[in-house]
Design a protein around this ligand. Structure first.
Ligand SMILES: [Zn+2]
Length: 249
């Protein structure tokens, strides 16, 4: 149980770092310097303002210097990373598989942050994670190599086709992201994850349109839906496929 809390805290701290990565990398800024500051008045954040989730409530969601509201995306992503890390530990335990799960969660959190802020998934982040997964695969094969390569090809081609058919409904970042996801999930779960992502996206799209928050033409970042679909497929995909085959085929 202590281990679970440690993983949770580790996730909260990394989540805070991922906010920095997801916002600075698309702007081609360094992720180590300078220190985090308010983008509005330049006030440098003190140590007590850098506590994941807690600080957001301590400053009541506003910059402590100029009172400009701080985006709730920050604490939400910190809390989400902590929760997902703890969930992964609960699901797979302390094993080599945990490294794969934590890497996957990290990739998805970072690209979601970047996509929510800039509608962009940077190549650099995809390249880093592609290398991490490649090295990890050499050390520990969570799925056969062949399945990884077929998965990467399936993910890339599927999204490319959809981008062509929908005439730009899918960005270049989404296509490359799915090659990395395919490598991690294998072809079967890759297809499942995309069906789930589309379903989640459609449901939220209808809700947003009903409340007139978004028009039909307005672009909605697809990264967060991809992330949700991938996580459900990764952690529960085999069960979902088994359930589907049992009841519908
Ligand atoms: Zn400020």
């Amino acid at each position: 149980m202590i281990m679970m809390y440690l993983v949770l805290i580790y996730g909260l701290l990394l989540g805070s770092f991922y906010n920095v990565v997801g916002i600075r990398v698309p702007q081609k800024k360094s992720i180590v310097a300078p220190r985090s500051a308010c983008p509005h008045c330049g006030h440098e954040l003190k140590a007590w303002e850098l506590i994941p989730v807690v600080s957001y409530f301590l400053v009541r969601g506003k910059c402590s210097s100029c009172r400009t509201p701080i985006s709730p995306i920050y604490p939400i992503m910190e809390a989400l990373t902590g929760f997902l890390f703890a969930f992964a530990y609960w699901k797979v335990g302390l094993s080599a598989e945990l490294l794969v799960a934590l890497l996957l969660i990290s990739l998805l959190v970072i690209i979601s942050i970047s996509d929510l802020h800039f509608m962009l998934i940077p190549d650099r982040i995809l390249l880093w994670f592609a290398s991490f997964f490649l090295v990890t695969h050499i050390w520990f094969s969570w799925i056969p190599w062949l399945d990884s390569f077929i998965g990467a090809a399936v993910g890339f081609i599927l999204l490319l086709l959809i981008a062509i058919i929908s005439k730009g409904g899918m960005g270049g970042g989404d296509i490359k992201l799915y090659a990395v996801i395919g490598f991690v999930l294998g072809w079967k779960l890759t297809l499942l994850s995309f069906m789930l992502a589309s379903a989640f996206g459609a449901v939220v799209g209808v809700i947003l349109m009903t409340f007139r928050k978004a028009s039909r033409k307005q672009a909605v970042p697809f990264g967060p839906f991809i992330s949700l679909g991938v996580l459900v497929a990764y952690f529960n995909g085999e069960d979902l496929i088994f359930w589907y085959v049992t009841y519908f085929m």
